[in-house]
Unconditional design. Structure first.
Length: 278
């Protein structure tokens, strides 16, 4: 990685903020649309997975191996990078495991009407606005916890330059839109207050910029070629997990398998062209 400049750092913070705030787009969709274009969402989530898988294996991991080779040549450096990659997977996996299933951000992302919400939560809970309100608040908290390491990952990847950062930020932003829907819908239908529902969806996305600030104050001060290499590998692991555990199952959940696969291939192609051109 090149010497970090103030411009690099500010760009990384700004891009992470944009990615995190895309939950607000999901909230607006929940307020103003009767139903969701499931084909579009399936394709978009597949595209995001394709971008993140391709960039992780084709760009981030090779760069990580190359950087650590300068300090630890041979198999020892490769071992450290490999361990960092699986450590990233383990970290996001543990966070995912600790979130209760019925409050996990994956579980309510496919809702596009209050009827579907009532079917998933139970008719008696929909009539109980307090329970529905609590569901929305717990989802906001769960998504916030879940988004924190994503914020670190987005920030670190953005430090490597705009050509790598922009496709990743777009992928994360698309991934966050259904989460905004999942948070805002139960709160809005429980309270009837769009402002409160919108605010909670935004707050759930704020965890990503907070993760970026954590990276700025607690990771950058110790930045070395070794830290750069290992963090890049860990971020690649996080992105692979997000793609396999979240994006692809979410896309498949809409019921359009071939559109999802086409999205994955298109995402890989877009990332490949981006890396070749820049």
């Amino acid at each position: 990685m090149e010497q970090l400049s103030l411009q690099n750092i500010l760009m990384a913070l700004g891009l992470t903020f944009v990615a995190g705030m895309s939950t607000s787009v999901g909230a607006l969709m929940a307020f103003f649309t009767k139903s969701t274009n499931k084909k579009l969402l399936a394709g978009a989530l597949g595209l995001s997975a394709g971008v993140m898988l391709y960039v992780s294996f084709v760009d981030m991991l090779p760069v990580s191996f190359s950087e650590i080779e300068e300090v630890y040549p041979g198999k020892s450096g490769e071992l450290y990078v490999t361990l960092a990659f699986f450590a990233g997977i383990l970290l996001i996996g543990i966070i995912d495991f600790l979130i209760p299933e019925n409050e996990n951000p994956h579980e309510l992302q496919h809702l596009d009407s209050i009827d579907e919400l009532s079917g998933q939560l139970g008719a008696e809970t929909v009539s109980d606005s307090k329970h529905l309100h609590r569901t929305g608040l717990m989802l906001a908290l769960a998504i916030g916890i879940h988004n924190f390491p994503e914020g670190i990952a987005t920030f670190v990847s953005s430090l490597n330059g705009l050509e790598l950062a922009l496709p990743i930020v777009v992928a994360i932003a698309i991934h966050n839109i259904p989460e905004g829907v999942a948070v805002s819908m139960p709160i809005y239908h429980a309270t009837g207050k769009r402002g409160k529902a919108f605010a909670m969806a935004v707050l759930s996305g704020v965890a990503e910029p907070v993760g970026a600030l954590f990276g700025l104050f607690f990771i950058l001060p110790f930045w070395t070629p070794i830290i750069s290499s290992l963090l890049l590998a860990a971020v690649a692991g996080i992105m692979v997990y997000i793609s396999i555990d979240e994006l692809l199952p979410s896309a498949e959940g809409y019921g359009y398998h071939h559109i999802t696969i086409a999205g994955v291939i298109l995402g890989m192609a877009v990332m490949a062209v981006s890396l070749l051109l820049f």
